[in-house]
Design a protein around this ligand. Structure first.
Ligand SMILES: [Ca+2]
Ligand SMILES: [Ca+2]
Ligand SMILES: [Ca+2]
Length: 347
């Protein structure tokens, strides 16, 4: 079992090597998220929503007598062992004293356009305690609207505590049952603390449990290339304690990012929309080979045009879009100095 979980960790890290360097979305939750997050609002079930949502679907009361909110809430770190850089984070409470009904706390991110297979989701999580009352959660994805029923894909599963089977060894993971239990699938589930790398036991502060520490994860979003998606953190635990999430970041290719506009080669396309010839205008700081690729919204390459070697300065070349289906395409300008993207419309 332990060996399987170490494999998870390696696989999660390996995908980072493919991540491109545009930040499509980021929050460290170090300032009040209610500026952009609709707290307590039922997500409207629409496309291309730029809001975050935090929604308490279960409406179960806090069983801890601490007065914690029913949904994901902005909070200070839960434990002594969280890193100083955490400052503050998002937390969610599952302590309900209801051993049957799962909670259902949803934190839904804004719509994110995934251009290509470089896209990667990064985040950190920490359960308040392990292994007893270990909190689990899921990361789920919708490829349509942000209605709760549309989150049909599961990207990541963290297991929750079910029972302590050996009262004599309360710090041994083998004394416990978790749900889901470890399987051969490296991403389903992850069990916080099992490999002892990111949890600590601090007897000075607490003699009855190991306290979680924020642990970084990442998972590829390559399967969503060409789609706009919603990602949600679903705390669906049955009666444990608390989970913390921090530093949510989506990296990938962004044709409109500031970073890429610094290196945009003055790229413009006209006429746009077009139904026949498109002129592609660009500027080179040094001579070199230039080519253009057109991708449809599913990320499929539909046209390639090499312009050969181009000289320094402003250049204009044309490509034909004749015969392409009407719709939105992504035009990629490839130069020896780098790439630039722009969105074009074929009518
Ligand atoms: Ca709740
Ligand atoms: Ca933080
Ligand atoms: Ca539980």
């Amino acid at each position: 079992m332990k060996k399987q979980l170490l494999t998870i960790s390696l696989m999660l890290s390996a995908s980072a090597a493919f991540a491109q360097n545009d930040t499509l979305l980021f929050s460290d939750f170090n300032s009040d998220p209610s500026v952009y997050m609709q707290v307590g609002t039922f997500p409207p079930g629409i496309s291309n929503d730029t809001n975050w949502y935090s929604y308490d679907l279960d409406q179960l009361a806090d069983g801890s007598s601490s007065g914690r909110p029913g949904e994901w809430f902005w909070t200070q770190p839960f434990s002594d062992n969280d890193t100083a850089a955490q400052v503050s984070c998002m937390g969610s409470n599952s302590w309900t004293n209801d051993g049957v009904t799962p909670i259902s706390n949803w934190m839904i991110l804004p719509s994110i356009q995934i251009i290509d297979a470089n896209a990667t989701l990064y985040w950190k999580s920490a359960p308040r305690q392990t292994p007893r009352y270990l909190d689990g959660y899921k990361i789920v994805v919708s490829t349509t609207q942000n209605d709760l029923n549309n989150f049909t894909d599961t990207l990541f599963v963290a297991s929750e505590y079910t029972s302590l089977n050996n009262q004599n060894a309360p710090f041994a993971f083998s004394s416990y049952t978790f749900n889901p239990g470890a399987t051969a699938n490296p991403l389903a589930p992850f069990i916080h603390g099992w490999d002892s790398t990111y949890t600590e036991f601090d007897p000075a502060s607490d003699s009855s449990r190991m306290i979680g520490r924020l642990r970084p994860f990442n998972v590829s979003l390559a399967q969503y290339a060409g789609q706009s998606i919603y990602i949600a953190f679903l705390h669906d635990d049955i009666d444990d304690n608390l989970i913390a999430i921090d530093d949510i970041r989506v990296m990938g290719t962004d044709p409109t990012s500031i970073a890429e506009n610094d290196l945009d080669f003055g790229l413009s396309v006209y006429p746009n929309p077009s139904s026949d010839q498109m002129n592609v205008k660009f500027e080179l700081a040094s001579a070199g080979k230039v080519s253009v690729e057109l991708f449809d919204v599913s990320g499929k390459l539909v046209r390639f045009e090499s312009f050969g070697t181009q000289g320094i300065g402003v250049q204009s070349r044309s490509i034909s879009v004749n015969g392409l289906a009407a719709g939105i395409y992504h035009l990629k300008l490839q130069t020896e100095q780098g790439v630039a993207y722009t969105r074009v419309v074929v009518q």
